[in-house]
Design a protein around this ligand. Structure first.
Ligand code: SER
Length: 567
């Protein structure tokens, strides 16, 4: 069976069982600025676990199925073994109050054993914890299907989620099958979303988040396509399947895995930068660039050729262009690094960290260069480097936490422009629709902005036109953009802010306009922004850009969403 057939079989199987097939969401999460990438199929459906009635409205049914593109970098060190990837496709079926444990497990069993003709090696069930009881029910269901090799695990392995700052989560049961290396490979994870956590997984593990029962139980399943294919095609590794080209060495596997991730990220609008998802992309690109003599054009072409039919958005030109630029930047940084290292006699880990963080050179490259030049490393080189990098991480965590509140997924020029456009839009909406308009959320990347706000009904064509007209007028007026820091109590008197965020005692207020021209907008915000609204019209290759609303829709009762671009 080919990987294409397996994908289609999965979707057909669940379609026949009454599921609506939904396209993959973008790798950049649409509803959740607190996560960098889409890491699971359920992410685009988070809302429906807490508001199951909306599923009927949006899909006509309670059950859906997808093939979702995902990026996970948590296991990046393991990429290159038989089963780990940073980019993968996830097959999933989801139910928002439509069915529960019995159907979910029976469907999975039927698909694996009948459709795929596989033998289940073993399954796992939750063994119970301090406040959640053992999953006896799943055990009984597996036994009724004749599966007797059942293992028990605890919170760490068999409690899933939430993704991001909060969300649905719950117990899981997993299916393992053997590959041709005789390894047991985790194929399918079936999550029963019974709870809502008001904090992140980290907080939950520390006992700092609260679990409440969801009104109805949800089902969220995820099956890694590449792993499933490796088992069905009886291969020793995912890299031996028809999704790859039999990459055998660790090096080749890393190159092809990272290039797949890079290809999908860039096609979804991520661009290399020093922050957030752009930083993850940059790291992956630089790792690939560090292997010399790679024909990137050829490699991207092969990757896209295999997946073109599933993912029309894949864009070879963008990927190759961005890669070449990044490779040039990397090579330049490499040369600068050589020059910097030459300046040192004893070369300490602190010095190495400074070089790495200013020039963006990887530590492995720094050590390699130092060795090549015969530079002597200090005795505690590694400890020193780690100490410096930990300190830096703590600092950047605080600053990025602030930045993601602004809804930006990176801090590139285009995102900055769209961020400023979001402030203009917010104020234009308040003028056209009224002062009740309050921001509920935003998400901005290099391609488009998305803005959620309180408003009871659909916007008319006239209202949308008027909002566009005002924003464009403010762009044409070339208003200065700047910020001041002031006590929150003072700021609340003059600036707008969203009501679902917590602010410190001192806040930054960004303003558009100035005292002489008058302030058009003043908002609580961490930035970053352009310095003048006329930059939004910049277009080196043609007519000045215009602000345009692409879509206006409901997200939940009383909350509307606008997607807009500069074009
Ligand atoms: N959300 C679960 C996972 O990612 C099941 O889809 O494994």
């Amino acid at each position: 069976m080919t990987s294409n057939e397996i994908r289609s079989k999965f979707l057909e199987f669940f379609k026949e069982k009454g599921h609506k097939i939904i396209p993959s969401a973008s790798l950049i999460p649409e509803n959740d600025p607190s996560v960098l990438f889409t890491t699971a199929g359920m992410q685009q459906f988070k809302l429906y676990y807490t508001n199951p009635e909306l599923a009927k409205r949006d899909f006509g049914v309670n059950n859906v199925a997808t093939v979702q593109k995902c990026v996970r970098t948590g296991d990046i060190e393991e990429v290159g073994d038989n089963n780990h990837l940073t980019f993968f496709e996830m097959l999933g079926n989801f139910s928002f109050g439509g069915y529960g444990r019995k159907d979910a497990i029976e469907y999975a069993h039927e698909f694996i054993t009948k459709e795929m003709g596989l033998k289940i090696s073993y399954v796992t069930i939750f063994k119970g914890s301090q406040n959640i009881r053992r999953d006896d029910e799943s055990e009984k269901i597996w036994q009724s299907l004749g599966v007797t090799n059942i293992r028990e695990e605890g919170m760490e392995d068999l409690f899933w989620g939430p993704t991001g700052d909060s969300g649905p989560c719950g117990l899981t049961t997993e299916i393992y099958c053997k590959n041709a290396s005789d390894e047991d490979v985790e194929i399918w994870n079936i999550v029963f979303n019974e709870y809502f956590s008001d904090g992140s997984r980290e907080k939950l593990d520390k006992g700092e988040a609260k679990l409440t029962k969801l009104p109805v139980m949800g089902v969220d399943t995820g099956m890694g396509l590449e792993r499933l294919v490796s088992v069905v095609q009886n291969k020793k590794s995912v890299y031996d399947t028809d999704l790859f080209d039999n990459e055998e060495t660790k090096e080749k596997r890393i190159i092809v895995d990272h290039t797949r991730a890079i290809t999908f990220m860039i096609s979804d609008g991520v661009r290399p930068s020093n922050k957030g998802s752009g930083y993850v992309l940059r790291r992956l690109m630089r790792t690939v660039a560090s292997y010399k003599n790679i024909d990137i054009e050829k490699l991207v072409e092969i990757i896209i050729e295999k997946l073109r039919k599933q993912y029309f958005e894949l864009n070879k030109e963008w990927v190759v262009l961005e890669f070449k630029n990044e490779r040039a930047a990397y090579e330049q940084a490499y040369n600068h690094t050589e020059a910097e290292i030459s300046k040192h006699q004893g070369f300490t880990g602190y010095q190495a960290f400074n070089i790495s963080s200013t020039l963006g050179t990887r530590i492995s490259d720094i050590i390699e260069i130092a060795k090549k030049k015969g530079t002597v490393l200090s005795d505690k080189f590694k400890d020193e480097f780690e100490e410096a990098s930990k300190k830096h991480q703590e600092l950047s965590r605080t600053s990025s936490a602030g930045m993601f509140k602004g809804g930006l997924v990176d801090s590139g020029e285009e995102s900055k422009k769209l961020h400023t456009a979001t402030h203009l839009l917010n104020q234009a909406l308040r003028i056209v629709l009224g002062e009740h308009v309050v921001q509920k959320g935003s998400n901005i990347n290099a391609e488009r902005l998305r803005f959620d706000f309180v408003h009871p009904r659909k916007l008319s064509e006239e209202e949308k036109d008027e909002v566009e007209r005002i924003v464009n007028q403010k762009i044409d007026e070339g208003l200065p953009v700047g910020f001041v820091e002031m006590p929150r109590i003072e700021a609340e008197k003059i600036a707008t802010h969203s009501f679902n965020e917590k602010y410190g005692d001192v806040v930054k207020v960004y303003s558009i306009g100035d005292e002489t021209k008058g302030y058009f907008s003043r908002e609580f915000c961490g930035g970053p922004h352009v310095s003048n609204t006329k930059e939004l019209a910049d277009n080196p290759n043609g007519a000045p850009k215009r602000f345009k609303i692409q879509k206006e829709e409901a997200v939940s009762a009383g909350v509307r969403r606008i997607k807009a671009i500069l074009v």
